[in-house]
Design a protein around this ligand. Structure first.
Ligand code: URP
Ligand code: ZN
Ligand code: ZN
Length: 473
């Protein structure tokens, strides 16, 4: 009696983090149930015709509908943000339930569920952002939320409304150690940035390009080293997010050489943008590329490529932070061209993350196909407790798949599916794009059209990170 499949993807060149092999993929009830050649007919069939099929991407750092101080507002909510994710080959997103100072962490999570319920087109989990580690948060809320499947949280060493001091960082890292959670660290020295910003303002240097002058590499290097030291003191793994260049990479290499469990993330903006994209004159256009840490220069881009290749980086995320350029709730707060300190930080990239890395990394001969899968899907799923359900093509995994089409196309914001009015990568030539994206065995993107189904995206509770053997107290 032949096996019954809801879907068979035929003649796939399946890529995982360790292997590339020819196979059909049999899907039943949203999961992969068979791999092999010559599978029996499925109720539906897609002929991959020898094209590469990777696991759907896991974007482990993106911001969707995160509450902002007025007049700011993120352009993408869970509807538009996950639509764009799907069209770019990402099938799981992990945005942030952000605690405001004075707010309970639980209230932030409840609010974020209200924002996401029934609106997502791909599966999603939440990281927490801990900005107010009160005794109640440390002793009760954070441990309870970790136990309920919110097993990772981000902490900030910069931004007035988010930053923690070193004592607070040690407190939250101690909870991460005790409860087996993953702490993500935004490493930039807040006081040094403020000092530099005031000096730039005093001489009228307030154009967008001076954002990069206020956040030189050394403020990231110092904070990266401090975060590593604090984690060493507590004896807990950490993951440094959005690493931008050589000096931070050197700190992470130093930590690894000393046996410390330090993971690291980088993002497209550190491969494909430089500080020149913030402006070579005082034009406001550069506000489009204001993000923190800022993009560096060509030699730092090369350091990031090398570190992607040699295993320094654990994950490759978008850090999608969607603010419109020409909007009073976006890069022109209240409709004004403001001084750089008031420009909302962050750039869009949820749809372009996978195609850019595939095009320039894999087809550009800089990284292997297996490394691409590792960085965009498998390791993000492991780092945040979603593997093996997510991040791999294996029996029992969710049938979240990307079938890649090759061929040149020019990247145009008009062709993207987010709600932002620009892409920083306008005009770049892509060599590959998802021809199909499947979520749970359903086609959500066919290379031309997006196929929504209300409530398709499910909330995922995360387990413990599985990048390391479990050894917590
Ligand atoms: O500039 C950035 N990266 N904005 C998003 C928020 C963050 O710090 O990741
Ligand atoms: Zn950050
Ligand atoms: Zn971010």
């Amino acid at each position: 009696m032949p096996e019954h499949f809801d879907l068979v993807v035929r003649q796939a060149r399946v890529a995982t983090a360790s292997d590339v092999f020819e196979s059909d993929i049999g899907v039943r009830d949203g999961r992969i149930v068979s791999l092999g050649r010559g599978l029996a007919a499925g109720a539906r069939e897609i002929d991959a015709a020898g094209r590469v099929v990777t696991p759907g991407g896991v974007d482990a750092h993106c911001h969707l509908d995160q509450p902002m101080p007025a007049p700011l507002r993120m352009a993408d909510d869970f509807d538009t943000g996950t639509r764009a994710a799907a069209c770019g080959g990402t099938t799981t997103v992990i945005p942030f339930a952000a605690q405001e100072k004075g707010q309970s962490l639980r209230a932030a999570v409840d609010d974020y569920h209200r924002r996401s319920d029934g609106r997502a087109h791909v599966d999603y989990a939440f990281h927490l952002i801990v900005s107010d580690p009160t005794p109640q948060v440390l002793a009760e809320e954070l441990p309870a939320l970790i136990a309920e499947g919110y097993t990772s949280f981000k902490i900030y060493m910069t931004y007035d409304d988010m930053k923690l001091d070193d004592g607070q960082i040690l407190d939250v890292l101690a909870v991460a150690r005790q409860r087996g959670a993953m702490a993500m660290v935004h490493a930039e020295n807040a006081d040094a940035i403020e000092w530099l910003t005031k000096r730039l303002e005093a001489v009228g240097r307030t154009a967008p390009r001076f954002h990069a002058h206020a956040r030189p590499m050394l403020v990231e290097r110092e904070a990266t080293h401090r975060a590593i030291s604090l984690a060493e003191l507590v004896d807990v793994p950490i993951l440094i997010v959005h690493v931008s260049g050589r000096e931070a990479v050197e700190q992470i290499r130093w930590a690894r050489a000393h046996g410390l469990k330090v993971f690291a993330e980088t993002c497209p903006q550190y491969l494909f943008l430089t500080a020149a994209d913030l402006g070579i004159d005082d034009s406001y256009q550069g506000a489009r590329c204001v993000c923190s840490p800022p993009p560096r220069d060509a030699s730092n881009q090369q350091v990031i490529w090398d570190a992607l290749n040699d295993g320094l980086f654990t994950v490759f995320s978008s850090d999608h932070a969607p603010f419109k350029y020409d909007a009073p709730e976006g890069k022109k707060p209240g409709g004004e061209e403001v001084a750089f300190r008031h420009i909302p930080n962050g750039i869009p990239g949820i749809e372009t993350r996978m195609p850019l890395l595939y095009s320039e990394g894999v087809l550009g001969g800089r990284i292997t196909l297996e490394k691409f899968v590792e960085l965009t899907a498998t390791q993000p799923a492991k780092a945040y407790g979603l593997h093996p359900r997510k991040g791999s093509i294996a029996i029992g995994a969710d049938a979240d798949l990307v079938i890649w089409g090759e061929g040149e196309r020019v990247l145009r914001n008009a062709d993207l599916h987010h709600a932002v009015d620009y892409t920083p990568y306008e005009g770049m030539r892509l060599r590959a794009w998802p021809a199909y994206t499947l979520v749970g065995g359903e086609v959500v993107w066919d290379g031309k059209d997006f196929h929504p189904r209300a409530g398709r995206g499910r909330f995922l509770r995360c387990g413990a990170p599985t990048l390391l053997p479990r050894r917590f107290a």
